[in-house]
Design a protein around this ligand. Structure first.
Ligand SMILES: *[C@@H]1O[C@H](CO)[C@@H](O)[C@H](O)[C@H]1NC(C)=O
Ligand SMILES: *[C@@H]1O[C@H](CO)[C@@H](O)[C@H](O)[C@H]1NC(C)=O
Ligand SMILES: *[C@@H]1O[C@H](CO)[C@@H](O)[C@H](O)[C@H]1NC(C)=O
Ligand SMILES: *[C@@H]1O[C@H](CO)[C@@H](O)[C@H](O)[C@H]1NC(C)=O
Ligand SMILES: *[C@@H]1O[C@H](CO)[C@@H](O)[C@H](O)[C@H]1NC(C)=O
Ligand SMILES: *[C@@H]1O[C@H](CO)[C@@H](O)[C@H](O)[C@H]1NC(C)=O
Length: 642
């Protein structure tokens, strides 16, 4: 065992030092322990030396806490520790604390325990109350501890949680976070060696066990940096915002709900500034755009929840990432990075204390690599729209482009067709090809005759005007009053859109846009494809091609793309209808990279949509498709045309 101190952090304030924790390396694996102890061994320091084997100078001893009873098989417990947890390693077994789950439990097979522990290098055994006296040290903790790896201070007997440090090579995170040990989170204070990024610190998975009340216990989650979390700054992708407002005082209720369900927030992830439309790399003036790990590593990651997508696609050690989707901001990063990601029905969960685009359209979505985990998470996360139903939708509608293979590679078309075939088999209904614009022409009696005319500027007006009123105006005013009338820098995307919305009519145009959106929504739910159904919640499952593995290099120069999006596209149906839609990866297809001069792979994805309010049914369907192997729980490269 080798334990060496890399950095020792202590912020010196006049008269007071505040411990900020420290980083350590144990058998080449970097760890962090926070400055906040979670317990302390009660021990008389004056009369006896502290009963730990000497560490090599850090004063910190790795320790494993084990909870035992008369039937415990220690070797299988340790095997499951190694299997389940990336923080634990055998070097934590040099010192072991046995907590007996029964007071006065004299039936413990202590001889067996000793043999097992000695065979894995245990040198110091501490026994808690209830363990009979023996050749071990009796010790009490001031606070009970969950099983798992910890560090103990040799000098004070204080016990600290063990965090493992992982590098963020794809720059997915804006800041890392650790527990404040009071149920909240604080900024990760350590300095780590990296190119422009900080490590992310993840606590042992062994500290938490899922229960009925906490089904997400121990799941590590990254949160898009537009959701406020008490004790942390929010950037919204803006340096001005980050520095002007300082630490936030409240936690968004959607994030608080995740925390209450047991999830562990490990950091805030990068976002397109204020969730609008910055393209890499030119528009990303304030922060650098996170890196999409797919293909050659230099494809645009999609936005605006770019960092949430990059984090989930890049890092095995992360389970979930929260994004927001107003006009595609979760679904595009999910599609371009080959993971699951959704927008729920508007109103599925509160968006208070989240930087807004528009309350009419904003939603909080979830990104994950595994279909089952994605489904289970949104089921417990969204408090609204639980529905009883007796069957999945009885109509399978394949919407708009891609199904005939036009304009896409044969590999991509193959993946889409195979998915449609399998959906037919699973739902036991034949597919129907539909076109949303044609349906509008066929069924909408009065003008305008084209969806394009009704909705051309609707999204642009709603988001530009709402964000100007709710975010830009107060930001400009607060900044001006702090800095003698100055204006903050704003990236080209949001700056242009805010001004465009005002030039285009501001609040008056907003009223018209709202009316147009309502016209669409009412049509979609009656004559369109978003009808509800008593038995299946949603009459139809609407499936559309979402991404077909096209390249989108992040170093290409474009005409200015700062203007808001206009016109109709298929992915707007769920936005305007407030309906749930999830992007699912179908596989990867090859391309010849202009960067690596090598064959690389990019994901192909589809979107599944149901009627407004059918979020839980949609999640059940995705879980079922995952169980049947129709959806992959892990995106694999495809190298075939079978
Ligand atoms: C005894 O401990 C094992 C794990 O070591 C645990 O699975 C089991 O539930 C415990 N039994 C009781 C009665 O607490
Ligand atoms: C642990 O606590 C028990 C009960 O409070 C006490 O009797 C015992 O002396 C303590 N042991 C140590 C080592 O502090
Ligand atoms: C948090 O509360 C403090 C004290 O009331 C206040 O000065 C500060 O501006 C608040 N921060 C934010 C981001 O609201
Ligand atoms: C679903 O059905 C159960 C049993 O009939 C009922 O108790 C529950 O309220 C229903 N839930 C909803 C959301 O309709
Ligand atoms: C949509 O709106 C933009 C911006 O006002 C305009 O340039 C474009 O011509 C419009 N397109 C249609 C089809 O109305
Ligand atoms: C609303 O729809 C009308 C057509 O009915 C169209 O002329 C107008 O541009 C639309 N406005 C917005 C902001 O959506």
């Amino acid at each position: 065992m080798r334990l060496c101190t890399v950095t020792l952090l202590a912020a010196a304030v006049v008269g007071t030092t505040i411990p900020d924790g420290q980083t350590l390396t144990l058998n080449d694996i970097p760890y962090f322990l926070s400055g906040i102890p979670v317990s302390r061994f009660q021990y008389d320091l004056v009369d006896s030396p502290f009963p730990f084997s000497p560490s090599d100078g850090t004063g910190m001893v790795p320790l494993t806490v084990l909870s035992v009873n008369a039937t415990t098989q220690l070797d299988s417990v340790l095997a499951s520790f190694r299997h389940e947890d990336d923080v634990f390693q055998d070097a934590f077994l040099g010192a072991v604390y046995l907590a007996s789950s029964h007071q006065g439990d004299n039936g413990l097979p202590m001889d067996d325990f000793m043999l097992t522990l000695q065979s894995v290098g245990m040198e110091t055994l501490l026994a808690g109350p209830g363990v009979v006296a023996g050749p071990w040290v009796s010790a009490n903790l001031t606070m009970g501890l969950s099983p798992g790896p910890y560090f103990v201070s040799q000098h004070t007997g204080q016990v600290f949680r063990a965090y493992r440090l992982y590098p963020d090579h794809n720059m997915a995170f804006v800041q890392a976070t650790i527990s404040d040990e009071k149920g909240g989170f604080m900024a990760f204070p350590a300095i780590t060696e990296n190119a422009m990024t900080k490590d992310v610190a993840v606590p042992s998975r062994l500290y938490s066990t899922p229960t009925r009340e906490q089904p997400l216990a121990g799941l590590r989650v990254g949160v898009k940096d537009i959701f406020h979390i008490k004790g942390l700054r929010t950037s919204g992708g803006s340096r001005s915002y980050y520095f002007l407002y300082g630490r936030q005082n409240v936690t968004a209720s959607s994030i608080q709900r995740l925390i209450d369900l047991g999830a562990v927030v490990v950091g805030k992830t990068g976002t397109v500034q204020f969730s609008t439309g910055d393209r890499p790399t030119a528009d990303w003036v304030d922060f650098h755009c996170p890196f999409n790990p797919r293909g050659d590593g230099y494809q645009a990651p999609g936005g605006s929840s770019s960092g949430s997508g990059a984090a989930i696609a890049s890092y095995e050690w992360l389970d979930l990432a929260v994004g927001s989707d107003t006009g595609g901001s979760v679904r595009f990063p999910a599609a371009l990075q080959g993971v699951y990601g959704n927008r729920p029905s508007t109103g599925a969960i509160s968006l208070d204390h989240v930087l807004p685009l528009s309350p009419l359209l904003d939603t909080a979505g979830m990104l994950a690599r595994h279909s089952g985990l994605w489904a289970r998470t949104v089921q417990s996360w969204y408090p609204n729209f639980e529905r009883n139903y007796t069957s999945f939708p009885r109509q399978l509608l394949l919407a708009d482009d891609g199904w005939d293979g036009a304009g896409m590679s044969p590999h991509a078309h193959h993946l889409l067709t195979r998915f449609a075939d399998r959906l037919e088999g699973f739902l036991q209904v034949p597919r129907t090809l539909v076109n949303i614009q044609q349906r509008w022409r066929d069924t909408h009696a009065s003008a305008p005759l084209e969806l394009n005319h009704l909705l051309n500027e609707t999204y642009a007006i709603i988001t530009a005007v709402d964000q100007y009123n709710r975010l830009a105006k107060p930001l400009y005013a607060d900044y001006a009053s702090r800095y003698d009338g100055r204006r903050p820098f704003i990236n080209p995307g949001p700056r242009y859109r805010w001004q465009w919305g005002q030039d285009r009519g501001g609040d008056a145009a907003y009223e018209v846009a709202l009316r147009n959106m309502t016209i669409f929504r009412e049509w979609w739910e009656t004559l369109g494809f978003g009808r509800s159904d008593e038995a299946s919640c949603s009459e139809a499952l609407v499936v559309s091609m979402f991404s077909s593995g096209e390249v989108d290099y992040r170093d290409e120069y474009y005409e200015s793309t700062v203007s808001p999006p206009f016109g109709w596209s298929t992915d707007y149906a769920s936005v305007m209808a407030g309906a749930p839609e999830v992007v699912v990866p179908l596989g990867e297809i090859p391309y010849q990279s202009a960067i690596t001069l090598h064959e690389e792979y990019l994901p192909v994805t589809a979107a599944l949509q149901m009627a407004r309010g059918c979020d839980h049914v949609l999640a059940d369907l995705v879980a079922a498709l995952g169980e049947k192997g129709i959806l992959q729980s892990r995106l694999e490269a495809i190298v075939f045309l079978d």
